[in-house]
Design a protein around this ligand. Sequence first.
Ligand code: CAA
Length: 387
Amino acid sequence: MIDLDLTEEHRLLEQTVREWAAREVAPQIAELDRAHKFDPRILPQMAELGLLGICVPAAYGGAGMDYLSLGVASEELEYVDTSLRVILSVHVGLNSLSLLTWGTEDQKRRYLVPQAQGQKIATFGLTEPAAGSDARGIQTVAVKQGDRYVLSGEKMWISLADVADHFLVIAWSDMEKKRAKDPSGLSAFIVERAFKGFSSGTLTHKWGILAGNTGHFKMDEVEVPAENLLGREGEGFKIAMFALDQGRYTVAAGATGLIRACRDASVRYAKERHTFGVEIGQHQLVKEMLARMEADYQQARLLWLRSGWLKNIGRRNTKETSLAKWMATVASERAAGDAVQIHGANGYSDEYPVGRYYRNCKGAVIYEGTREIHALMQADYLLGYRA
Ligand code: CAA
């Protein structure tokens, strides 16, 4: 039987994350955003709440919750700021859940356990300066030399690049297949910041998610022990796509939280602000924008709930997750634009949060599969070009 009600456990998590983010982050987020400052004190607090190992089993140091919990937490975090949800997306969604699924017992013990406990922070490296949507177009190489691989290349637009200890890196291990862009020549590696030849830097020219750390890292002949190969040689593309199934899910649920934040701020303002002798909520064109936000919120929520439910029962959900991510992020852009519009000139000032929502929402329409990539994927499923 389908049950769309969240359990007591989910409700408790929702309330806990909501109260923590409202108390500890919301009061300072506008200042952090203005100062382009990532606050590292957030990480131990998120670890304390169990968020950094949220759906990692207790046997590997995690909180042992389900995928719907990951969605609930993502929605609540992004309700306050996108930068908070991004931490969950990369550390849990893209990295830890890939280690959980593809890792050996030894890899889980050495990397997953400290990540789930929040002692080590992790991220993911697929995108490069010249390859984003075209994931097969990456240039990073991993050359096998005895009992190690030597990795060289550069990764770009990496969330937590300057903060993370562990990096899940996708690289070509078969140069013949690299030339042919055959994805079965890609492999995935666990790389530590401490490895010789690794360096990272922060991107300073972003205009959104300013309280989040985003950067790049470079591997200059980094020697990675063969036991840090995740999965088998040649499984890197599948691992990357699997990782994105989890990352995109957190983005979808997060964007849903952003729509709710736009809706709530707009409803508040519509009852405060008066024009032409009435509160602006009385004007039909404002009502239409508010109603659209509510419809978008409910639709986006149903889509990530379906995706989380499929994950919980262990069914492949690439198609559904792609749709959830596409719809929620596009709707969040509409909601944020309308929220600014409802706030009028005040929406254009950073005295109100909606300008930050407007800047923050755009990133997710681009990262983890652009709007266009997801549209193409959906069409390809319909046409039978993708199964
Ligand atoms: N799970 C498991 N296997 C999968 C899979 C999944 N979700 N998706 C694909 N595969 C498998 C396929 O089954 C196929 O295997 P077989 O050949 O054995 O059948 C193989 O992988 C190749 O799959 P496709 O043919 O679907 O690959 P494609 O080249 O057509 O994919 C694309 C095209 C969908 C556009 C893909 O390149 C894509 O998703 N691009 C966007 C990349 C993206 O989202 N990048 C953002 C990264 S985020 C980041 O790096 C920044 C950060 O902050 C960390």
